[in-house]
Design a protein around this ligand. Sequence first.
Ligand code: SF4
Length: 511
Amino acid sequence: MRERTIKIQKPRTYCGIVGVYGVSGASKDIYYGLNALQHRGQEAAGIVTRERKTDKTFFNVHRGPGLVADVFRDEKLLTEVLKGDAGIGHDRYSTTGSTENLKNVQPIVVNYRLGNLAISHNGNLTNSHRLRDELTQEGTIFQTTTDTEIILHLIARSKKDSVIDQVYEALEAIRGAFSLVILSDDQLIVARDPYGFRPLALGRLGKGFVAASETCAFDVIGAEYVRDVEPGEIIVIDDEALRTGETRSIFLPEIPRQSRHCIFEYIYFSRPDSRIFGESVDKVRRKIGKGLAEEAPVSNATAGSDAPSGEDDAKLVVISVPDSSNTATLGYVSQSMKMGIKARFEIGLIRSHYIGRTFIQPDQDTRTLKVKMKFNTVKGVLKGRRVVIVDDSIVRGTTSKQLVKLVREAEPAEVHFRVSSPPIMHPCYYGMDFPSEGELFANQFDGDIERMTEELNVDSLSYLSLEKLLDSVPLDERRGFCTACFSGDYPTEVEVNTKEEFEANINEVKI
Ligand code: SF4
């Protein structure tokens, strides 16, 4: 296979996870759940189920590269291979370990002293390199290059007598972001790091239980949302839970008073029809758009003219960069109108959803063609208009520049760019695939709006302020948010070798 490296243009999400316990034919529910979470990872997918036969328990596994529908194209996989009433699944987008190594595709499965064990992980560990070094020095043989495997080894090496005690001990040792579903012979264990970086929700499906990264996975299988898994909580779901309808929980030590949920989940990652961190994504994202309009309206006056004219009023159109900016754009337009600005939401950019990984990519330097493959303009909507483009974020700036170029080809009167997040100045070590600091657009220009406006070739550029962003999210005494990629204020220590590794590797995706 020819190897090529592409630079990531947009922030990419890191994985979706699903766990099901006590539901006959669990693999089908996991399959549909993974499908609903496909936006969180499109490189690979996998399902592991537990099958009980009279005196033995088996783990059935199927994993592969590609979208969920491709990996499980043969329905027999679900009905005849992945049998059982409990299981876990994973949508992968690699942050550590290339997907070319198929062993890196999750769930990862092992057999050890207490039986079978499988794990699906969303997030990034910040002390993985030290732990991996220590484990390797002590003779551990790693099958994958992922940080997730470290968790399995820590569990397997524990001298404790029960799986749950072993899991507790392992999770005490790791740092950073982890939302996990772990399947053992007798339990589904659902856990979240003490800061609660990544979302994870618990639901009921008939008499059984389900856990998933986002609640949109529950909707598709008809599961009922019960609650979010608490930061630092380890939930045990077993046959006793099925009998009583009650799960048991233990908590990791040193849970901070206030969580640090990833605020980017609301800006971009999660689906608008999901509920995460105790609030609807749609609701928060609209609020973010409204806040952006309050802070950075585009008035009806033509640039250079003081007086709004009736004709100009009709010509101000607001378009979103689909799909992730759609909801914030609706909020932007409704607030603009409330403020007396005659703004109209228009579908000015059309996105192709059908570019698969196997599509022949143009050469590295034909970036315009790459963007054109993904987006096209509706010229009649844009020609002669004053256009406001709303996008959720600017990472490297390459896509934004090409988008503006594309929009300008449709001959609008003006182009204004509005970003529904603050400038991204720092990398993320908790599971968001940003490039290194020096490659971040805003960082390259020291956040200087004037220079960035010029670089993007727009008539005006504005970002949402961090204060306004924090006003839009459900912040309270216990619920706090990580904003490190904007502020540089990392909630946890990030070990130096993790940073070095990040700088060296993380912004490359092998295809
Ligand atoms: S650094 Fe940014 S992307 Fe990463 S967890 Fe924090 S808010 Fe989310």
